[in-house]
Design a protein around this ligand. Sequence first.
Ligand code: G1P
Length: 287
Amino acid sequence: MKIVFPVAGVGTRFLPATKEVPKEILPIIDKPLIQYALEEAVQSGLADFIFITAPGKEALERYFAPNRELDEFLKRHRKAHLLDGLQEFYRKNFSYIRQEQALGFGHAIALAEKAVGDEAFAISLPDDLILSERPAMAQMLEIYEKYRSPVIAFMEVPRADIPRYGIAAGKFIAERVFQIEKLVEKPAIADAPSNFAVIGRYIMTPDIFPLLRETAHGAGAEIQLTDAVIQLMKKRRVLGYFFEGRRFDAGTTLGYIETLIHVALHREDTRDFTRRLLRDLAKNEKL
Ligand code: G1P
């Protein structure tokens, strides 16, 4: 199965850094966000990556390609292992499609139609970093294999956060799995059918493409995948799946801080230092 990474966003929340560095390359300590998403995909058995990028984000296209000078330098200094995590990507299949205008997430996915072809495909939003024992995308694929219906990842969110997400309601058909009956993109709290929020992992079927094209011709500056999925729900069953694992919202500044601290507290080489640091800070600043 192919996987699409929509990475065309401007990253305004992280300006000025994102003036030159694509937000997906901002590191959680030393590993770019995009690499977390790619590793999750690889660990889920996927190897065909389609990036929907934008002008000015060429660094993303270079990131997963070999850099001969750096490779040689590291070899000479016996530090080749520092690129271990990256070298495994050199042999994978990457394609890059430019989204020339910022017309939204749905429009970005529509651009992948040719590259995806006539098969089910995965979508991953790298801003949603999911840490779990079993990779989140592997869990999604298992649900797709079992039910052969499009699947969208979900988690419950606090009511105050509802307006930031696609929100759904429906009826449960198995543990963690529900058939979506209502879906709205970023509703007001009062209009939300539940607090079940769409998280950036999807398995879609190719019949979403004609619907995206129709949505693309509609009004509104941003074309939403959610609106095409609402149309798809009239034709076939679409499932929601509550994944196992913890999701971090690395696309906001506060979420980014939380992600950093969490990873620092769990990585062996940073854990003890970070624990001590946080404990001392809490003591001295009487938090
Ligand atoms: C997108 C989707 C939204 C979903 C969210 C998850 O929104 O449109 O339905 O809840 O991702 O991160 P965005 O965050 O791009 O505004």
